[in-house]
Ligand binder design. Structure first.
Ligand code: HEC
Length: 398
């Protein structure tokens, strides 16, 4: 099948899978013409986002190493600026469009991502969800596309594309998890036969925590996979063109780095192959709405925050919660009065959970005794509270 990157010679290196954190950013000081040849290429990256980026010199991450290789290819020194990101678009706004950085590695290559403000390099990798199963169970069995999931217990991340896609399949038993980490644990503990989770993190964990015990198969399809590129502010066409000129010679390095960081390798399998699935549409030509969603998913699931809160976010959220919300909603959200039991948010609202939370905490429900908090907390604090609440949702309170 045709994909966007085949025309730039990336398809040979499909081994390269797995970036897109919306977190690493490359930057060159915005100086004109020849002057920037000697300017350092400033690489902005999230210090806590392995396998993509980290501030550990011994294990800098896939993006950071690509940035180093790129700087070298451009003949410049490299410098880092650490920016801790939680949501893709917000990060792009602050760093790239805020001129802290002129380029960011690993954005979904689509004009629908942040409109005309951002332009892209060639695609340099393919990213997406993956099926994960124990190697020995795979002998023609566990993996091989979606139909192979029939009758299996499949771990899917809450509110992810795979969860939505499998929702209508009665013949597949879903095991809902909050993060790719939990998905891997579900496999490890025998609670699931297969995990259908965010590939890069699965690959990284497989390599670092599970002795590469699992096989990982990339799944292709709308909302499941996309092309990763380097994004620039729209005024940086010159830099973009220079990066495009050197990218092909970096593909080998990128392929090796993908292996180093355990990112899924091998040819992707189309979702719904052998059977018409709801997402069996063309890749790379996704509709606008889909791409916007993907961009958010990318940020969220790569980083694993909204859906897979970092311990830090959870801790911060819990502290606010217990300081401010607990006297009505109960310490640690333990509350016997159902109406204000926030452990039932998911049960009550499902996919709408986040939206409901957001509107309610911002606007309050003054007539019902729930105050509005938008003047009190920042959106980051609300994110943290939400992260904490995600960890206490009860599954079984029907
Ligand atoms: C003064 C008491 C009080 C405090 C403090 C309070 N809430 Fe509430 N909250 C309520 C009540 C009462 C409701 C139920 C409103 C209703 O019946 O619709 C509610 C509802 C909610 C809901 C919607 C629940 C649902 O199932 O629809 C969310 C989310 C929520 N609160 C979050 C918070 C957070 C987060 C804080 C702390 C920042 C907080 N609340 C602090 C009283 C409070």
């Amino acid at each position: 099948m045709r994909t966007n990157h085949s025309d730039i010679g990336v398809s040979r290196h499909r081994a390269i899978a797995g970036l897109l954190a919306c977190a690493a950013a490359l930057a060159v000081s915005a100086s004109p013409l020849h002057a920037d040849e000697t300017q350092p290429l400033r690489l902005c990256a999230d210090p806590t986002n392995l396998p993509f980026s980290s501030d550990s010199p011994s294990q800098p991450g896939f993006y950071v190493e690509i940035g180093q290789a790129l700087a070298q290819a451009l003949g410049r020194p490299v410098a880092y600026d650490w920016y801790k990101s939680y949501f893709g678009k917000r990060t792009v706004r602050v760093t790239l469009l805020g001129k802290q950085c002129d380029a960011m590695i690993g954005l979904p290559r689509s004009e629908d991502f942040m409109g005309p403000a951002v332009i892209f390099s060639r695609t340099f990798a393919k990213e997406g969800y993956a099926l994960v199963a124990a190697k020995e169970s795979a002998k023609g069995q566990a993996l091989g596309g979606i139909d192979s999931l029939r009758g299996k217990r499949v771990a899917v991340q809450f509110a992810s594309t795979p969860q939505n896609l499998l929702a209508s399949r009665d013949d597949i038993q879903k095991v809902t998890v909050l993060s790719p980490e939990e998905g891997m644990q579900a496999l490890d503990q025998g609670k699931a036969d297969v995990a259908f989770i965010w590939g890069p993190v699965a690959g990284w964990l497989n390599k670092t925590s599970y002795n590469s015990r699992y096989q990982i198969e990339l799944i292709e399809g709308e909302g499941l996979s996309w092309d990763a590129a380097i994004g620039f502010a729209k005024t940086s066409t010159e830099l973009r063109d220079r990066v495009d000129a050197v990218l092909p010679q970096l593909q080998r390095t990128i392929g090796e780095l993908a292996v180093k960081y355990g990112l899924p390798t091998g040819a992707p399998v189309r979702f719904g192959e052998g059977r018409t699935g709801p997402a069996a549409t063309t890749t790379g030509t996704g509709a606008g709405a889909g791409v916007t969603q993907i961009a958010n998913v990318v940020a969220t699931e790569t980083k694993g925050d909204a859906a897979a809160p970092s311990t830090e976010a959870v801790g911060a959220g819990k502290e606010i919660f217990n300081g401010t919300c607990a006297h009505c909603h109960g310490p640690d959200a333990v509350q016997s009065e159902r109406k204000i039991d926030l452990r039932l948010l998911r049960h009550r609202y499902g996919d709408e959970m986040r939206d409901k939370f957001w509107t309610t905490v911002h606007e309050g429900r003054p007539t019902k005794g729930m105050p509005a908090w938008k003047e009190v907390f920042t959106d980051d604090q609300f994110d943290n509270i939400f992260s904490f609440l995600l960890t206490v949702q009860s599954e079984s309170n029907d």
